[in-house]
Design a protein around this ligand. Structure first.
Ligand SMILES: [Zn+2]
Ligand SMILES: [Zn+2]
Length: 262
Protein backbone atom coordinates (compact mmCIF):
# COMPACT_ATOMS: atom_id res chain seq x y z
CA UNK A 1 0.00 0.00 0.00
CA UNK A 2 1.32 3.50 -0.83
CA UNK A 3 2.44 5.76 1.99
CA UNK A 4 -0.60 8.00 1.61
CA UNK A 5 -3.65 6.76 -0.20
CA UNK A 6 -5.61 9.04 -2.45
CA UNK A 7 -9.23 8.49 -1.59
CA UNK A 8 -11.17 10.05 -4.44
CA UNK A 9 -14.63 9.28 -3.10
CA UNK A 10 -15.98 10.99 0.06
CA UNK A 11 -18.70 8.63 1.24
CA UNK A 12 -19.93 10.34 4.44
CA UNK A 13 -20.53 14.10 4.77
CA UNK A 14 -22.97 16.48 6.46
CA UNK A 15 -24.33 19.85 5.36
CA UNK A 16 -26.27 22.76 6.88
CA UNK A 17 -29.38 20.61 6.54
CA UNK A 18 -28.36 19.74 10.14
CA UNK A 19 -27.56 22.71 12.34
CA UNK A 20 -24.45 21.00 13.75
CA UNK A 21 -22.77 21.01 10.31
CA UNK A 22 -21.58 24.21 8.73
CA UNK A 23 -21.45 24.26 4.93
CA UNK A 24 -23.91 24.04 2.07
CA UNK A 25 -23.86 21.40 -0.67
CA UNK A 26 -22.45 24.00 -3.11
CA UNK A 27 -19.63 24.84 -0.72
CA UNK A 28 -18.84 21.15 -0.16
CA UNK A 29 -18.80 20.65 -3.90
CA UNK A 30 -16.50 23.61 -4.51
CA UNK A 31 -14.09 22.19 -1.93
CA UNK A 32 -14.34 18.72 -3.49
CA UNK A 33 -13.29 20.29 -6.79
CA UNK A 34 -10.29 22.03 -5.19
CA UNK A 35 -9.26 18.75 -3.57
CA UNK A 36 -9.50 16.85 -6.85
CA UNK A 37 -12.19 14.47 -5.59
CA UNK A 38 -14.30 12.48 -8.04
CA UNK A 39 -17.31 11.85 -5.80
CA UNK A 40 -19.02 13.25 -2.75
CA UNK A 41 -21.92 11.58 -0.98
CA UNK A 42 -24.29 13.87 0.90
CA UNK A 43 -25.42 11.81 3.89
CA UNK A 44 -27.23 14.04 6.32
CA UNK A 45 -28.67 12.71 9.56
CA UNK A 46 -32.08 11.08 9.46
CA UNK A 47 -34.90 12.65 11.54
CA UNK A 48 -34.35 11.11 15.00
CA UNK A 49 -31.33 13.34 15.62
CA UNK A 50 -32.81 16.48 17.22
CA UNK A 51 -31.49 18.97 14.64
CA UNK A 52 -31.76 16.71 11.59
CA UNK A 53 -33.87 17.60 8.57
CA UNK A 54 -37.39 16.32 8.00
CA UNK A 55 -38.03 13.22 5.88
CA UNK A 56 -38.92 15.62 3.01
CA UNK A 57 -35.22 16.57 2.75
CA UNK A 58 -34.41 13.02 1.65
CA UNK A 59 -37.46 12.65 -0.57
CA UNK A 60 -36.62 15.80 -2.50
CA UNK A 61 -32.93 15.15 -3.12
CA UNK A 62 -34.05 14.54 -6.68
CA UNK A 63 -33.89 18.33 -7.08
CA UNK A 64 -30.10 17.85 -7.38
CA UNK A 65 -28.30 16.54 -10.45
CA UNK A 66 -26.18 13.47 -9.73
CA UNK A 67 -23.23 14.94 -11.58
CA UNK A 68 -22.23 18.57 -11.02
CA UNK A 69 -19.13 20.06 -12.69
CA UNK A 70 -17.84 16.57 -13.39
CA UNK A 71 -18.18 15.42 -9.75
CA UNK A 72 -20.56 12.65 -8.76
CA UNK A 73 -22.95 13.82 -6.04
CA UNK A 74 -24.53 10.82 -4.37
CA UNK A 75 -27.87 11.22 -2.63
CA UNK A 76 -27.69 9.53 0.73
CA UNK A 77 -28.53 9.55 4.41
CA UNK A 78 -26.95 8.56 7.68
CA UNK A 79 -29.88 6.66 9.08
CA UNK A 80 -30.25 5.81 12.77
CA UNK A 81 -30.64 2.28 14.08
CA UNK A 82 -33.36 2.76 16.66
CA UNK A 83 -33.84 -0.67 18.25
CA UNK A 84 -32.55 -4.23 18.49
CA UNK A 85 -34.76 -5.35 15.60
CA UNK A 86 -32.68 -3.09 13.41
CA UNK A 87 -35.52 -0.68 12.66
CA UNK A 88 -34.42 2.56 11.02
CA UNK A 89 -35.76 6.11 11.19
CA UNK A 90 -36.58 6.58 7.52
CA UNK A 91 -39.38 4.61 5.84
CA UNK A 92 -38.56 2.01 3.20
CA UNK A 93 -40.14 4.17 0.53
CA UNK A 94 -37.49 6.84 1.17
CA UNK A 95 -34.57 4.41 1.60
CA UNK A 96 -35.44 2.84 -1.76
CA UNK A 97 -34.89 6.16 -3.54
CA UNK A 98 -31.47 6.89 -2.06
CA UNK A 99 -28.17 6.02 -3.74
CA UNK A 100 -26.43 5.38 -0.45
CA UNK A 101 -27.61 4.40 3.02
CA UNK A 102 -25.24 4.48 6.00
CA UNK A 103 -26.66 3.17 9.27
CA UNK A 104 -25.22 4.17 12.62
CA UNK A 105 -25.97 4.14 16.31
CA UNK A 106 -26.38 7.53 17.96
CA UNK A 107 -27.36 7.75 21.60
CA UNK A 108 -29.92 10.50 20.90
CA UNK A 109 -31.80 8.38 18.39
CA UNK A 110 -32.21 5.10 20.28
CA UNK A 111 -35.86 4.45 21.00
CA UNK A 112 -35.20 1.80 23.64
CA UNK A 113 -32.44 0.66 25.92
CA UNK A 114 -30.84 -2.17 23.96
CA UNK A 115 -29.04 -4.62 26.27
CA UNK A 116 -25.25 -4.35 26.29
CA UNK A 117 -25.05 -6.32 23.09
CA UNK A 118 -25.74 -4.64 19.77
CA UNK A 119 -24.96 -7.73 17.66
CA UNK A 120 -28.57 -8.59 16.88
CA UNK A 121 -29.37 -5.04 15.81
CA UNK A 122 -26.38 -4.92 13.44
CA UNK A 123 -27.19 -8.33 11.95
CA UNK A 124 -30.79 -7.29 11.30
CA UNK A 125 -29.62 -4.05 9.73
CA UNK A 126 -27.17 -5.90 7.48
CA UNK A 127 -30.03 -8.03 6.18
CA UNK A 128 -31.87 -4.87 5.06
CA UNK A 129 -31.28 -4.65 1.29
CA UNK A 130 -31.31 -0.83 1.26
CA UNK A 131 -28.41 -0.56 3.70
CA UNK A 132 -24.91 -0.23 2.22
CA UNK A 133 -22.58 0.79 5.04
CA UNK A 134 -22.37 0.29 8.80
CA UNK A 135 -21.18 3.67 10.11
CA UNK A 136 -18.59 4.20 12.88
CA UNK A 137 -19.20 0.83 14.57
CA UNK A 138 -16.00 1.10 16.61
CA UNK A 139 -17.79 3.35 19.11
CA UNK A 140 -17.22 1.60 22.48
CA UNK A 141 -20.72 2.52 23.78
CA UNK A 142 -22.24 0.04 21.31
CA UNK A 143 -20.34 -3.26 21.73
CA UNK A 144 -21.05 -6.23 19.49
CA UNK A 145 -19.68 -9.64 18.53
CA UNK A 146 -17.20 -8.62 15.85
CA UNK A 147 -16.96 -12.00 14.12
CA UNK A 148 -20.72 -12.53 13.94
CA UNK A 149 -21.35 -9.07 12.51
CA UNK A 150 -18.43 -9.13 10.06
CA UNK A 151 -19.38 -12.56 8.78
CA UNK A 152 -22.90 -11.27 8.12
CA UNK A 153 -21.44 -8.19 6.39
CA UNK A 154 -19.39 -10.47 4.17
CA UNK A 155 -22.41 -12.67 3.42
CA UNK A 156 -24.54 -9.65 2.48
CA UNK A 157 -21.65 -7.93 0.62
CA UNK A 158 -21.95 -4.84 2.85
CA UNK A 159 -19.30 -2.30 3.84
CA UNK A 160 -17.81 -1.47 7.24
CA UNK A 161 -16.82 2.17 7.72
CA UNK A 162 -13.60 3.33 9.36
CA UNK A 163 -14.59 6.84 10.36
CA UNK A 164 -11.79 9.38 10.84
CA UNK A 165 -14.06 11.72 12.82
CA UNK A 166 -14.48 9.05 15.54
CA UNK A 167 -10.87 9.33 16.64
CA UNK A 168 -11.51 12.85 17.92
CA UNK A 169 -15.11 12.54 19.09
CA UNK A 170 -15.74 8.94 20.17
CA UNK A 171 -13.32 7.97 22.90
CA UNK A 172 -11.92 4.45 22.72
CA UNK A 173 -12.68 4.12 19.01
CA UNK A 174 -9.05 3.71 17.99
CA UNK A 175 -8.47 0.36 19.72
CA UNK A 176 -11.88 -0.96 18.67
CA UNK A 177 -11.53 0.12 15.06
CA UNK A 178 -8.09 -1.47 14.83
CA UNK A 179 -9.58 -4.76 16.04
CA UNK A 180 -12.47 -4.47 13.58
CA UNK A 181 -10.23 -3.49 10.66
CA UNK A 182 -7.87 -6.43 11.36
CA UNK A 183 -10.79 -8.87 11.21
CA UNK A 184 -12.06 -7.20 8.02
CA UNK A 185 -8.61 -7.83 6.51
CA UNK A 186 -8.63 -11.48 7.62
CA UNK A 187 -12.21 -12.22 6.59
CA UNK A 188 -12.12 -10.18 3.37
CA UNK A 189 -14.84 -7.71 4.40
CA UNK A 190 -15.11 -4.50 2.35
CA UNK A 191 -14.41 -1.17 4.03
CA UNK A 192 -14.59 2.55 3.34
CA UNK A 193 -12.40 5.17 4.97
CA UNK A 194 -14.59 8.20 5.61
CA UNK A 195 -14.21 11.73 6.95
CA UNK A 196 -17.78 12.19 8.29
CA UNK A 197 -17.02 15.84 7.46
CA UNK A 198 -19.25 18.40 9.17
CA UNK A 199 -17.47 21.29 7.43
CA UNK A 200 -15.36 21.81 4.32
CA UNK A 201 -12.25 21.92 6.49
CA UNK A 202 -12.68 18.27 7.48
CA UNK A 203 -12.94 17.05 3.92
CA UNK A 204 -10.22 14.66 2.70
CA UNK A 205 -8.76 14.52 6.24
CA UNK A 206 -8.37 10.82 6.87
CA UNK A 207 -4.77 10.54 8.09
CA UNK A 208 -5.52 8.62 11.28
CA UNK A 209 -8.01 6.27 9.66
CA UNK A 210 -5.57 5.57 6.81
CA UNK A 211 -2.75 4.76 9.21
CA UNK A 212 -5.06 2.49 11.19
CA UNK A 213 -6.18 0.62 8.07
CA UNK A 214 -2.54 0.22 7.05
CA UNK A 215 -1.59 -1.16 10.46
CA UNK A 216 -4.55 -3.54 10.30
CA UNK A 217 -3.22 -4.98 7.04
CA UNK A 218 -6.30 -4.21 4.94
CA UNK A 219 -5.47 -4.68 1.26
CA UNK A 220 -6.39 -2.00 -1.28
CA UNK A 221 -8.85 -4.24 -3.08
CA UNK A 222 -11.09 -4.14 0.03
CA UNK A 223 -11.08 -0.32 0.20
CA UNK A 224 -14.14 0.66 -1.79
CA UNK A 225 -13.75 4.44 -1.92
CA UNK A 226 -10.38 4.74 -3.63
CA UNK A 227 -12.12 5.93 -6.81
CA UNK A 228 -15.64 6.99 -7.82
CA UNK A 229 -15.74 4.18 -10.34
CA UNK A 230 -15.01 1.52 -7.74
CA UNK A 231 -17.66 2.84 -5.37
CA UNK A 232 -20.36 3.37 -7.99
CA UNK A 233 -19.69 -0.05 -9.54
CA UNK A 234 -20.19 -1.61 -6.13
CA UNK A 235 -23.56 0.15 -5.67
CA UNK A 236 -24.72 -0.77 -9.18
CA UNK A 237 -23.76 -4.40 -8.74
CA UNK A 238 -25.28 -4.91 -5.33
CA UNK A 239 -28.39 -2.74 -5.66
CA UNK A 240 -29.07 -3.32 -9.34
CA UNK A 241 -28.79 0.39 -10.23
CA UNK A 242 -28.19 1.29 -13.84
CA UNK A 243 -24.84 3.04 -14.40
CA UNK A 244 -26.71 5.86 -16.19
CA UNK A 245 -28.42 6.76 -12.89
CA UNK A 246 -25.20 8.44 -11.81
CA UNK A 247 -24.49 10.33 -15.03
CA UNK A 248 -27.46 12.73 -15.04
CA UNK A 249 -26.39 16.37 -15.09
CA UNK A 250 -30.00 17.52 -14.77
CA UNK A 251 -32.23 17.30 -11.72
CA UNK A 252 -34.49 14.28 -11.97
CA UNK A 253 -38.05 15.30 -12.82
CA UNK A 254 -37.20 18.63 -14.47
CA UNK A 255 -39.86 19.16 -17.18
CA UNK A 256 -38.76 19.31 -20.84
CA UNK A 257 -40.44 21.06 -23.78
CA UNK A 258 -41.80 17.65 -24.75
CA UNK A 259 -44.72 18.39 -22.43
CA UNK A 260 -46.28 20.49 -25.25
CA UNK A 261 -46.32 17.49 -27.57
CA UNK A 262 -48.53 15.34 -25.40
ZN1 LIG B 1 -22.75 9.35 12.95
ZN1 LIG C 1 -22.07 11.37 10.25
Amino acid sequence: MNKKMKLLAETHTHTIACSHAYNSISEMLERAKQLGLELIAITDHAPSIPDAPHEYHFLNLKALPRKIDGIYVLQGAEVNIIDSEGNLDLPEMVLARLDLVITSFHEAALSEEISEDYTEAYINVLKNPYVDIIGHCGTPEFPFDIDKVLNEAKKQDKIIEINNHSFATRKGSLENCLKIAKRCAELGVKIVISTDAHSIYEMARTEVAQELVKRAGVSEDLIMNLTAEKFISYLCKRKGFKRSRFESEEPFGLPTLDVFNK
